[in-house]
Design a protein around this ligand. Structure first.
Ligand code: SF4
Ligand code: SF4
Ligand code: SF4
Length: 214
């Protein structure tokens, strides 16, 4: 087990009890954590193992995706691969338009959908500037990346992170200064997708090409 995984499990173990507590209400899973992902674009070679793992783990219907990998030709002609998914925005524009409160943000930074409250109006899908949401063709409710909440609250890394053969995706708690994700985000030259929107994305990239930043 590498250091990042040990760090993650140590942190995640502390919140299992909270997640299982019946009084742990929607939006209150925090315990001071702030989940985020760091993506090293140079390490992604477009194998799509993350996409397949996400689909299998989350029973994502055929033809729709919670994560995808874009092939980008840079200005100098070189090709890079950029994994994308919901950014779990700090100021998520998808939350406010939801008429039922089905889309909500947790205290520890996840943006989630409560299927039981979702009426399938699609307002959140239209409001997301990243195209990260879709209407589930089977359930008829809004669907998107959950940061694999069912896994992280049980001390396991998100399926896409675990499946990546090169370690291009790093997941953890930004409020823990010793977590690998913190060290990358606070110590490096990271970028976010579409910063001008002011959404505060929690997917941080190293090497995001200018061609996808706009
Ligand atoms: Fe909402 Fe889109 Fe931001 Fe995800 S990326 S939190 S779906 S606005
Ligand atoms: Fe809310 Fe569901 Fe409508 Fe999205 S589709 S805005 S989650 S009710
Ligand atoms: Fe899919 Fe989970 Fe990765 Fe989100 S964190 S893209 S739901 S595998």
């Amino acid at each position: 087990m590498d250091l990042s995984r040990r760090e993650f499990l140590k942190g995640a173990a502390g919140i299992v009890l909270l997640a299982a507590t019946p009084t742990a209400a929607q939006g209150q899973r925090g315990e001071g954590r702030r989940w985020a992902m760091y993506v090293d674009v140079a390490k992604c070679y477009g194998c799509y193992a993350c996409v397949a793992a996400c689909a299998a783990e989350n029973n994502v219907p055929i033809g729709v995706f919670r994560t995808w990998v874009e092939r980008v030709v840079k200005g100098d002609g070189t090709v890079v691969f950029v994994p994308k998914q919901c950014n779990h925005c700090e100021n998520p524009p998808c939350v406010k338009p939801c008429p039922t409160g089905a889309t909500y943000k947790t205290d520890d930074g996840l943006v989630l959908v409560n299927d039981a409250l979702c009426i399938g109006c699609g307002a959140c899908v239209k409001a997301c500037p990243y195209g990260a949401r879709f209407m589930d063709p089977v359930k008829g409710t809004a669907n998107k990346c959950t940061f694999c909440d069912h896994r992280i609250y049980n001390g396991t890394l998100p399926a896409c992170v675990e499946a990546c053969p090169t370690g291009a995706r790093v997941f953890g708690d930004l409020n823990d200064p010793n977590s690998e994700v913190s060290k990358h985000v606070r110590g490096g030259q990271v970028q976010v997708w579409k910063p001008a929107y002011g959404t505060g994305p929690q997917i941080y990239y190293d090497g995001l090409p200018r061609e996808v930043e706009a």
